[in-house]
Design a protein around this ligand. Structure first.
Ligand SMILES: [Cu+2]
Length: 149
């Protein structure tokens, strides 16, 4: 009886090792935030590569640096810019999803202390399987369009 119990546990351990959680399946690179004057909300942009063979869902975000975070998508309709709030963002399998000005972004509100150009802030993306992906963002000035431009 005892032997069988251990055999089951060993099997479970192997299974866990073979299946990475969602956070381990996503690589976040080129993260940056556009810092605006005063305490205006800052847009966060990043490239997220889902290396798994299934869709990974981002279901929320939290940061020690900001009081409030949400996911938005910007678009233009009839020449008018608009922003829509998203409950979740799907990262398709074996693909890179880009958060960039004019599209997906994480909206960072109520900075707990002033964020200066060159600072790094971390935002924890919560994924649907319960795992957490910490994403590093470099603070860039209001006229920036990417991590380097
Ligand atoms: Cu926004």
């Amino acid at each position: 009886m005892k032997t069988r119990f251990f055999a089951v546990l060993a099997g479970l351990a192997l299974c866990t090792a073979a299946h990475a959680n969602d956070a381990q399946s996503v690589q976040a690179t080129k993260g940056w935030v556009r810092v605006l004057p005063g305490n205006l909300p800052a847009g966060g942009y990043v490239e997220l590569k889902n290396t798994s063979d299934h869709t990974v869902k981002i279901v929320g975000a939290q940061s020690a640096f900001y009081g409030h975070t949400m996911f938005h998508r910007s678009s233009t309709e009839g020449g008018m810019g608009r922003m829509e709030m998203l409950d979740e963002v799907d990262l398709p399998p074996n693909a890179v999803t880009t958060f960039a000005p004019g599209g997906y972004h994480v909206m960072l509100m109520d900075a707990k202390k002033p964020v200066k150009v060159g600072d790094h802030v971390v935002v924890n993306f919560q994924l649907a399987d319960g795992s957490v992906l910490p994403v590093d963002f470099t603070a860039r000035p209001a006229n920036a369009f990417s991590l380097t431009d």
